[in-house]
Design a protein around this ligand. Structure first.
Ligand code: HEM
Length: 462
């Protein structure tokens, strides 16, 4: 049966095009909320099995799940026009202020255009040296036979990279004090996002919200100290903060101190855990797939021969890039993007009633066998192009969207890809990591996290 998109769109007069399936029957009042809360990843896969457009019940409001890449593309490209981003909640607003992730409308456009130049490929080239340097010093510390906790090691490494590239601090003490406060705030935001805080009104005080406030006060003091030091000194430093301090909008106005604070913290929070979890999943997948691991090290030995990797090697490291892309396919650290329909919104050619919350999930679409052969298999080769220049697999646009898309596409895409490729290249060139257990499950919180510590033994190569 063919019906219009949107939970109660069957009553509309417009010609229907999209087929809407019914989601699983929910429970009275709460609808599908219990099933979603119990295992959101399995729940979205279950919705995907029912169709490309699926009506479901998330609490009281109308909700529509979309699985088809074309519809996902429409949703992402229409954000800020016919779809609104949902409010991220009090926890995010406390920590990120009105940074580019939180801002909307004209304010968001201004901020995005001010921040964007600081993460362009030309600038990422200058951050790449710091990324590789931090990874090399970690590789120098590891030793054959050592037991490590990969989660901790990757979090510490990406934290060091983030504080050094964003704030330009070069002393370990500075990096540690900013990093520690960020860790506390990030942990509390994760707890708020996946716990009771997600459904409580903003005005309800909770211990978690109080902890976020305290951590934010520490972050504010630290950032303000670093900003004053930058203002007093050399503004030609190759860090993001210096670029933001030099940025001007079309009227020639600079970002205020408050805005600088909001954007630097936003870039840190947007980029740290997402990249660190991606690396953890990559090690997990490599440890389970010796054939891929061999192909990776073959490329690293061939391309890098006797030098440590740098930005100029990025383009030649095609297999390493494919490993990162395939990791982000199977374990997309941002696993869910939603939008709220405004008047005039359509999907698949049919109207979506205003107020409908539309849900897309990278997890569900990235594992759809219609777009990926052996969808559950880790196969980086699918991202390579053959000698004829043709891709190995024809993958539709928006069947892979770990960084979102459209006007709000991740500002740190290039930054994150270069960081993940360089870190993997430095470390995998010298070591294999053998994981102690295969049985690691993803837990969807703010980002997709392994459900336990990930212990491994470091094995020096050759
Ligand atoms: C593997 C790593 C990363 C992943 C998977 C990721 C994913 C995403 C996604 C899916 C969005 C869009 C969210 C939406 O449409 O609602 C986004 C936005 C954003 N990301 Fe990333 N990100 C990563 C790394 C980074 C890094 C390293 C930075 C900063 C250096 C960063 C900064 C941002 C910012 C500022 C936005 C907001 C853009 C806007 O609203 O205009 N991200 N990211």
């Amino acid at each position: 049966m063919t019906r219009q998109a949107g939970p109660d769109a069957g009553t509309r007069a417009t010609q229907p095009t999209a087929t809407i399936a019914d989601g699983p029957r929910g429970v009275p009042l709460l609808g599908n909320l219990p099933a979603f809360g119990k295992d959101p990843l399995a729940f979205f896969e279950q919705l995907r099995e029912r169709g490309d457009f699926v009506r479901w019940r998330f609490g009281r409001g109308p909700a529509l799940f979309i699985a088809h890449p074309d519809a996902i593309g429409e949703l992402l490209t229409e954000v800020e026009r016919t779809f609104d981003q949902p409010d991220l909640g009090i926890a995010f607003r406390t920590l990120l202020g009105n940074g580019v992730v939180v801002a909307k409308g004209a304010d968001w456009r201004r901020k995005r255009s001010l921040v964007q130049p600081s993460v362009r490929p030309k600038q990422v080239r200058s951050y790449a040296a710091t990324m590789a340097e931090c990874a090399v010093s970690l590789a120098d510390r590891w030793a054959d036979g050592q037991r490590i906790d990969i989660k901790k090691e990757m979090a510490a490494l990406t934290q060091l990279i983030a504080v050094r590239t964003i704030f330009g601090v070069d002393t370990a003490a500075d990096a540690e004090s900013i990093g520690r406060a960020m860790d506390i705030a990030q942990k509390e935001i994760g707890a708020e996002f996946s716990g009771i805080g997600a459904v409580l009104p903003d005005w309800v005080p909770t211990p978690g919200r109080a902890r976020i406030k305290r951590a934010t006060a520490v972050i504010d003091a630290e950032v303000s100290r670093v900003v004053s030091r930058h203002r007093d000194g050399d503004t030609e430093r190759p860090d993001l903060l210096s670029r933001l301090l030099a940025a001007r909008d079309e009227t020639g106005a600079r970002l205020s101190d408050r805005e600088i604070r909001d954007e630097t913290v936003t870039l840190y929070i947007g980029g740290h855990e997402t990249t660190s979890s991606t690396l953890v999943w990559a090690w997990h997948l490599l440890s389970r797939n010796p054939r891929v691991r061999e192909a990776l090290t073959e490329e690293l030995d061939r391309v890098l021969a006797d030098h440590e990797p740098g930005y100029d090697d990025y383009a030649a490291l095609t297999y390493t890039q494919a490993v990162v892309k395939e990791t982000l396919r199977l374990y997309p650290t941002i696993w869910l993007i939603t939008g709220i329909a405004k008047e005039g919104a359509t999907l698949g050619g049919a109207p979506v009633p205003a107020g409908t919350r539309v849900w897309s999930s990278q997890w569900a679409t990235h594992r759809d066998p219609r777009w990926y052969g052996d969808a559950e298999t880790f196969r980086p080769e699918r991202w390579l192009t053959g000698e004829d220049g043709e891709p190995a697999e024809q993958i539709p646009e928006y069947a892979w969207f770990p960084f979102g898309g459209g006007p709000r596409v991740c500002l740190g895409t290039r930054f994150a890809l270069v960081e993940a490729v360089l870190v993997l290249a430095v470390l995998a060139r010298r070591y294999h990591l053998d994981l102690a257990t295969d049985d690691i499950r993803p837990v969807p919180s703010l980002t997709l996290q392994p459900d336990r510590d990930v212990h491994a033994t470091v094995r020096a190569r050759g």
